[in-house]
Design a protein around this ligand. Structure first.
Ligand code: COA
Length: 374
């Protein structure tokens, strides 16, 4: 019987958008909007017909989330109190779409870091929380932009999309469906963020990441995948009701639930134990001592969540280089967060050292990928 091919993570790539917004800039815009709203509606507020809006604060944002700044594709629209959303013009169909362009840039970086022949990439998975359009699939557009052949498709599991993409790619390689897979995570999270919502206006940033996975014949170094596991458990606590049936609803599209909404406290309370248990169970099942992991590359949503998960998994107070935090300058970049962490903090690994890529988010959904440096 021929041996089952072993999948390896060969390389990663990153595309960082051109603009960055600090908490102070974001809060200045938000508070200008609040002042304008409260002044315009002073009479109705005084009559008790509507509630006045409360200001935001940069100190709160950093303390509650760990976020100091975020990268975005367009800064001017977001920071204009009369607009408060990114301005991203539509492109004609014969131009590459903006999400595909970002994904392709990250992919080019990953392919360069891999050093292999792009022609060997016989599958593309676009795994992200917001696609440019329903069809044609983003992944097919990226495949075309890179001149690849084979098959390509999109996967959306919100913030967990990348680990679901890695597992799918690894399973394709093990089963012989593909020899080398490109998995991309383009995220314009600013497009679905309600910048007028005090509870969440600071949460997200934009970015794109890419991962090349191959069988062992196509990559000499890279990372052995020791185990992959996925989990979902239904919850309405992170939700976005934007969709193709919005235009069919007689009440129209106006409600703000067509953007990102969450019950942040509940998410915090419910997701931390779910993810911690999943990591510990997965480690036990593959005979791995989690206390001996050199590094955690966790999903990047909230520093307090990551510190709590880090303590429970490693069984000690993690040092900063053991529990990588990139959300301070990127914010929550949904599917891309754990991949940015992995991409930017793995070059000091010696052969045999082990780490964990882990994502979690809406669904609820979570994915664990234990890796060992080859
Ligand atoms: N500026 C100043 N104060 C604010 C504020 C803002 N922008 N937003 C909320 N507050 C206030 C609230 O009014 C509340 O005041 P009160 O105590 O007087 O009622 C207080 O801060 C605490 O609000 P709360 O919403 O409970 O904050 P929190 O500590 O839970 O932090 C999050 C909010 C969103 C940062 C946090 O809950 C979180 O990150 N949760 C996990 C979310 C997550 O991972 N989501 C995944 C998305 S994919």
């Amino acid at each position: 019987m021929p041996a089952v091919p072993s999948p390896v993570i060969a390389a990663t790539g990153l595309y960082v958008p051109p603009h960055s917004i600090t908490n102070e800039e974001l809060v200045t815009t938000f508070n200008a909007y609040v002042e304008e709203f409260n002044t315009t509606n002073a009479a109705a507020i005084a009559r008790g017909e509507i509630a006045s809006l409360l200001p935001s604060s940069a100190e709160f944002i950093e303390k509650a989330s760990g976020i100091k700044s975020r990268h975005v594709m367009d800064k001017t629209g977001i920071l204009d109190p009369s607009i408060m959303r990114p301005i991203i013009p539509e492109r004609p169909n014969d131009e590459v779409s903006i999400l595909a362009e970002m994904a392709t840039a990250a992919a080019v970086d990953a392919i360069k870091n891999w050093g292999g022949d792009p022609k060997d990439l016989d599958a593309v998975i676009c795994a992200a929380s917001n696609m440019q359009r329903p069809y044609p699939a983003m992944a097919v557009e990226v495949q075309n932009a890179l001149g690849l052949v084979g098959f390509a498709f999109d996967v959306n599991v919100a913030c967990s999309s990348a680990t679901f993409g890695i597992k799918t790619a690894a399973d394709f390689i093990s089963s012989g469906s593909a020899k080398a897979v490109l998995m991309v995570n383009p995220e314009i999270c600013s497009g679905h963020l309600n910048f007028r919502d005090r509870d969440s206006h600071f949460i997200f940033g934009d970015v794109a990441t890419a991962v090349v996975l191959t069988d062992t014949t196509l990559t000499s170094a890279g990372w052995t995948i020791l185990g992959t596991r996925l989990k979902t458990q239904f919850s309405n606590n992170i939700r976005n009701n934007f969709g193709f049936l919005n235009r069919a609803a007689p009440e129209g599209i106006g409600k703000s639930d067509k953007l990102f909404v969450q019950e942040g406290r509940k998410v915090y309370r419910e997701v931390v134990p779910m993810v911690t248990d999943m990591i510990l169970e997965h480690a036990r099942d593959i005979g791995l001592d989690p206390h001996r992991l050199k590094r955690l590359w966790l999903h990047q949503a909230n520093i307090n969540m990551n510190e709590m998960i880090g303590r429970k998994v490693l069984g000690r107070e993690p040092k900063p280089d053991e529990n990588v935090i990139i959300l301070d300058t990127f914010a929550n970049t949904s599917s891309a967060g754990s991949i940015i962490a992995f991409h930017t903090a793995n070059s000091d690994f010696a052969a045999g050292e082990k780490g964990l890529i882990c994502s979690f988010g809406a669904g609820y959904s979570a994915g664990t990928v234990f890796v060992e440096k080859r």
